[in-house]
Design a protein around this ligand. Structure first.
Ligand SMILES: [Mg+2]
Length: 165
């Protein structure tokens, strides 16, 4: 972590570009909406499914850590990908990340926290002690609260010279 909780350690264009071996992590704690798939969608792409299978085949666990309060939708997506999941994670609080790391049998410092939002995924991941990876949001559709956060994110990104890949 750089000292600024909003700044990710790594920027990736999309989740399928993430190679845990390259990052040196044993677990991936990943956001759901606009990271793995568009907001409100319920089917992940074949590309994402294959990426998850390859990561898991390499001995690295994946847990979706989401602020969604809809466990049915989340569990279906997680089952499709063959990964673990946590709903109502209350990111940026640390608890959801800790529960995810515990499920994967890893320490928080051994995990990458991946997501599309600085104020939840990256701030929370940095505070939890994870390696943080920012991805570009996969779609423009968003929850109204997220649209408000984006305003502040743009200011943080501009001020710090951070750019999406
Ligand atoms: Mg998201």
């Amino acid at each position: 972590m750089s000292g600024n909780v909003y700044i990710p350690d790594v920027v990736a264009a999309k989740v399928t570009d993430i190679d845990p071996a390259e990052l040196g992590v044993k677990g991936i704690l990943i956001d759901l909406d606009n990271t793995l798939l568009p907001w409100k969608d319920s089917v992940v792409s074949e590309e994402v499914r294959q990426w998850a299978a390859k990561v898991r085949a390499g001995g690295v666990g994946i847990c979706i850590v989401s602020n969604t309060h809809n466990p049915r939708r989340l569990r279906k997506i997680a089952a499709d990908m063959g990964v673990e999941s946590i709903y109502s994670a209350w990111k940026p609080l640390r608890g959801g990340f800790k529960r995810g790391a515990d499920i994967l049998g890893c320490k928080l410092e051994e995990c990458a926290a991946v997501g599309d939002q600085l104020m939840t995924d990256i701030k929370g991941g940095n505070r939890a002690g994870c390696l943080t990876v920012l991805v570009r949001p996969v779609d423009k559709k968003e929850f109204w609260g997220t649209k408000i956060s984006r305003f502040f994110e743009r200011r943080i990104m501009k001020k710090s010279g951070l750019e999406y890949k």
